[in-house]
Design a protein around this ligand. Sequence first.
Ligand SMILES: *Cc1c(COP(=O)(O)O)cnc(C)c1O
Length: 392
Amino acid sequence: MDHSTGLIHHPYRPPDGFESMVEPVHKASTVLFPNVQAMRERQWNDRSGYTYGTHGTPSTFTLEARIATLEGAQHALLVPSGLAAITLVDMALLRSGDEVLVPDNAYEPNSTFAKVELAAWGIRSSHYNPMDPEDLRRRITPATRLVWMEAAGSVTLEFPDVPALCEVVRSCQQGRERPVITALDHTWGSGVAYGPFDWGVDVAVHALTKYPSGAADLLMGSVSTRDSALFETLQMAQGRLGLCVAANDVEAVLRSLPTVHMRYHQADASTRALAVWMQQQPQVQQVFHPALPESPGHDAWKRNATAAACLFGVLFKPQFTSEQIDTFCESLKFFGLGYSWAGPQSLALPYNVHRLRDLGWPHPGTYVRFAIGLEHVEDLKSDLKQGLQRLA
Ligand SMILES: *Cc1c(COP(=O)(O)O)cnc(C)c1O
């Protein structure tokens, strides 16, 4: 045997008695079978064994089990991004002639996927006002198959009454051949602020890119459910689409996951302190953060959640031009300009909310969404103070 072959066929046995608490990283495209019969008998779709890298490794199965634990789900599966989790749910559950309802403040790529790809496949989509369960009731039609929800809403952070929205969907199920399915994007809650399944949703999607990673260094998403039949539908679509994740990224999430509650609550405390402080500044019209009594959906948040994520939005008084607000954002020393959130560094992003909302946005003035990281809150406050002083 040549030593080039010897390097590949190297005998390996895990060390006896080495009971590390850390899962090894299992990497594979190919998984070898002991014989042809075993190869023919082992099925990828029942998850009782390993067949090929796309269909799971011990590393991915371990993380899926932990995500299910975090979220109170029975089953979870991993996909390459939070957005892929959303599009997988759409593709697995919707067929030509169906209709999907999307909240008007949804994560924008969710709406865009519906308006472009789903529309091209003969699937209609429309928006509803997530703050008004009666608006949802009016928009459900016999073709409605899937209702998306998001708590809190993206960018503007209105907190919907998800149990009430689920109740509306339940009351429309009578006489349907295929039930209407509810899917909640609970990235903001991250399995910490609330249990998505306590609210009665069928499917939960989570951008693990955010808190479960916490390091702004990888992209991953999950889809979870308590319903085994639904899980099989989702998992078969995932397998057919070839959606899978890299073992090194799985390892990074497994490493971060034990501190998810700690990081979430730390950022929550800093974020609330800064949101309350911003509310008192003369340049500010309104602060959007579900824990503030003036913020839309505060009562629903108080009833249904126990914590809040690292995000708040600031609507500046209309006297400030969007150019002035751009300069304010650029003048901040500790706040980066960039997408995503829940990493160690704070971010500030000006948004044109009018462009994001199909059903309208009633507020004049420029809007900035802040994502608070793990810096010391007093440093962040001084930074905001110097930025606001320039503005005044
Ligand atoms: C970030 C985010 C996503 C998308 O996650 P990616 O991993 O960046 O694709 C989806 N939904 C919400 C609410 C998000 O904040």
